[in-house]
Design a protein around this ligand. Structure first.
Ligand SMILES: C[S@@+](CC[C@H](N)C(=O)[O-])C[C@H]1O[C@@H](n2cnc3c(N)ncnc32)[C@H](O)[C@@H]1O
Length: 238
């Protein structure tokens, strides 16, 4: 089984059984994060603020653990970022990241709850994580320079739009796709028939490579989500 990299307590059977909880976190859930490290402290604050659902919390931390070295840059853009926790984690943990921008078509209260929780434990993040309420398709003009991109479950074609934005900037990108539109993919029919969702990501991988990217695949634990493949693309030096 894939190990948990940041929330290591979930590698123990008792904890692992508790990952797939779709309910919103609350103060009693803080018991799942008993450690003295920054990750557990942040998770406890998120529970106190009832900021996300349980699985979203674990997913964001573990995606960040996979993506952090790939996507870090002076600015990080979290496309279709929803609650914005992934963006916030970059500013908390990665000194190189000066600011992060969440782009989503709808800003919800979850983003404010995440910011409030994070600011309590990591006050250096204040004012450095912002939100742009925009469709990703119209986001180009909003994006900072020298950015790294992340897209977690951006859903279907929006992962491709995220790749387009990164390619246009020759920026690194870490994407965990979901809702693969197998029928609409440019992947060869035989691959789609044989491999389904994976064929879509294989086609994305070839596309990034054609655009001059070095691509790796990684994943978060399947206990968190079955849509756990992470595409990591970084432009090769010209
Ligand atoms: C499955 S959620 C993922 C949210 C977050 N990244 C996460 O991992 O929890 C998909 C997100 O995409 C946003 N979204 C859907 N269509 C969008 C669009 N065209 N442009 C920007 N955001 C969009 C939704 O509002 C939602 O927050």
């Amino acid at each position: 089984m894939t190990t948990f990299r940041l929330l290591k307590q979930f590698n123990e059977a008792d904890h692992a059984r508790s990952v797939d909880r779709r309910k919103r976190i609350g103060p009693p859930d803080a018991a799942a994060f008993p450690g003295d490290g920054l990750a557990d402290k942040l998770a406890r604050a998120l529970c106190e603020h009832r900021a996300t659902r349980f699985r979203e919390l674990v997913e964001a931390f573990e995606f960040f653990a996979v993506a952090r070295k790939f996507a870090r840059a002076p600015a990080v853009v979290d496309l279709c970022g929803g609650h914005g926790l992934v963006a916030a984690l970059f500013v908390v943990f990665e000194p190189e990241v000066e600011r992060a921008l969440v782009v989503d078509k709808r800003r919800t209260q979850d983003f404010d709850l995440v910011l409030a929780a994070i600011a309590e434990v990591a006050p250096w993040t204040r004012g450095r994580v912002t939100f742009a309420e925009s469709r990703i398709e119209n986001a180009r003009a909003l994006l900072p320079e020298r950015a790294g991109y992340v897209a977690v479950h951006a859903c279907g074609r929006r992962t491709d739009t995220a790749l387009d934005l990164a390619i246009a900037d020759r920026a690194p990108i870490a994407a965990m796709p979901c809702c693969h539109a197998v029928g609409a993919s440019a992947a060869p029919a035989a691959l789609k028939q044989q491999f389904g969702d994976a064929a879509v990501d294989i086609e994305r991988t070839y596309r990034l490579e054609r655009e001059g990217y070095a691509v790796r695949w990684d994943h978060v634990s399947p206990l968190i989500t079955r849509k756990n493949r992470v595409l990591l693309g970084r432009p090769r030096p010209r």
